[in-house]
Design a protein around this ligand. Structure first.
Ligand SMILES: Cc1cc2nc3c(=O)[nH]c(=O)nc-3n(C[C@H](O)[C@H](O)[C@H](O)COP(=O)(O)O)c2cc1C
Length: 275
């Protein structure tokens, strides 16, 4: 591990032990993911990416329960904890969820191939419709492969609902797309993924099934007031994660105004002066 990280470990909180055969490594932060010991929190935040390929190794219910037991400490507006989780084990339900997922995945790829940001709230709907009307065959073919095509096979499949009667959607009445309510459930989902990482698991948060909320609610017996927030796949990763690619701080943080000077980039996430 780099000397900085070693120094950090003495002050940063740690995630729990990574069991042997854990998450696999990041080329960028090898020590954080290969060691069988505490995972430095900063390292985990910088190296926990989306995992969509898993080994066949089953994940015990006790492990899933531990993950949820840690994630439940996530923050939520008014501490309302609006989340509800269904662990989907029934093979028929899983197949049905996959079938509901695939059309959305197809449309996502089709819009992306047409140069659109799929379903961006401000998208030109006519441009979206045009993209979906003439999907290149290779895009359609790609949509039937990979993670989406095997969604029913993932070791753990969790559907996360959010009780709309408990959400503080403070932007509800603004004349724009409302998203503040999601902030009361997605930290919980992210905590699940970090807690999973600490158990040696990988996973991915997906939202494609939100498009088919009606059917998902009916399939799993959820009331209309429980919005589908996410479907999370978890399992033991089949391969070490790739290095994460993210924009640097200076590309998104400015001082005083949106057009102000970029916040000076630090050489590292923790400076000596922060101690
Ligand atoms: C709100 C949200 C929705 C997402 N929906 C999906 C999805 O439906 N399907 C999927 O495969 N990945 C989904 N992802 C995973 C993203 O594709 C992934 O986080 C992003 O590409 C960064 O990947 P990386 O961390 O491996 O670099 C979603 C992630 C977030 C945060």
């Amino acid at each position: 591990m780099r000397s900085l990280a070693r120094t950090r470990q003495s002050r940063a909180p740690c995630l729990t032990s990574v069991p042997s055969g854990g998450t696999g490594g990041s080329r960028h932060h090898p020590a954080a993911v290969h060691q069988n010991g505490p995972v430095d929190l900063i390292e985990a935040l910088r190296t926990t990416g989306a995992t969509r390929e898993f080994t066949d190794r089953p994940v015990r219910d006790a492990v899933v329960a531990r993950i949820l037991d840690t994630a439940r400490f996530a923050p939520s507006g008014g501490n309302a904890q609006s989340w509800r989780v269904v662990v989907v084990k029934d093979p028929e339900l899983r197949v049905r969820l996959r079938e509901l997922y695939l059309p959305g995945w197809h449309d996502y790829l089709a819009m992306g191939a047409a140069g659109l940001r799929p379903w961006a709230p401000l998208n030109d709907r006519a441009a979206e419709a045009a993209a979906l009307a003439s999907v290149p065959p290779e895009v359609s073919a790609a949509a039937g492969q990979g993670f989406a095509a095997h969604l029913d096979d993932v070791p753990v499949l969790l559907v996360v609902f959010s009780d709309l009667t408990a959400l503080a959607a403070v932007d509800r009445d603004l004349d724009r797309y409302s998203f503040a309510g999601g902030a009361s459930v997605y930290p919980f989902v992210w905590s699940m993924l970090l807690a999973a990482r600490a158990e040696g698991l990988g996973g991915v948060l997906t939202t494609m099934l939100v498009r088919r909320e009606d059917e998902v609610q009916r399939l799993l017996g959820a009331p209309r007031s429980w919005a589908v927030a996410a479907v999370v796949a978890l399992g033991y990763p089949a391969a070490p994660p790739a290095r994460l690619r993210r924009r640097p701080v200076a590309a998104f943080a400015t001082v005083d105004r949106i057009d102000g000077p970029p916040l000076a980039e630090t050489a590292s996430p923790v400076m000596e002066s922060d101690r």
